[in-house]
Design a protein around this ligand. Structure first.
Ligand code: C2G
Length: 131
């Protein structure tokens, strides 16, 4: 069974996220998503609209996602890859090169981001619409 692992905040879930999760799942048989906790989001200078619990609930309902684990630190990736016996690590290519150190432990694949949508864009456009 080929296991795939990816990380993210996945706030205000949108079709760009779904495209990523779908392609990630299609690279193997089992997809684990490490979702950023609210505390870790602070380290990424991100404040998500939905809480960790609710973002986890939403991700677990997606057909492409087999398991959701918490992302608490930048440093947990090697441990996660080993503990979950991951074959492929996947991220959108805005992260290209940033996680190449994982090539010692598993395949590392950066997938093209989906153009035209982002959580930041959603927030901006909603804000403009209510003004
Ligand atoms: N993504 C995408 N296309 C978009 C938006 C996002 O392919 N239009 C991808 C990102 O590249 C990422 C995943 O969807 O692989 C989740 O995006 P975010 O929630 O923004 O994740 P991020 O904050 O980049 O967290 O340790 C890694 C970090 O936790 C990654």
């Amino acid at each position: 069974m080929r296991k795939v692992l990816t990380y993210g905040t996945f706030d205000l879930l949108h079709w760009g996220h779904i495209n990523l999760l779908k392609r990630a799942k299609n690279l193997g048989d089992y997809l684990i998503v490490a979702i950023s906790t609210d505390e870790f989001n602070k380290l990424k200078d991100k404040k998500s609209y939905h809480s960790y619990e609710n973002r986890k609930l939403i991700l677990e309902s997606i057909r492409y996602v087999d398991e959701v684990i918490p992302e608490n630190t930048w440093e947990q990736k090697v441990q996660d890859v080993n503990k979950h016996e991951v074959d492929i690590f996947v991220m959108g290519d805005d992260w290209k090169g940033k996680f190449d150190f994982l090539k010692d432990y598993c395949e590392v694949i950066y997938l093209p981001r989906t153009e035209g949508i982002s959580t930041t864009q959603i927030k901006k456009e909603l804000l403009a619409a209510v003004k």
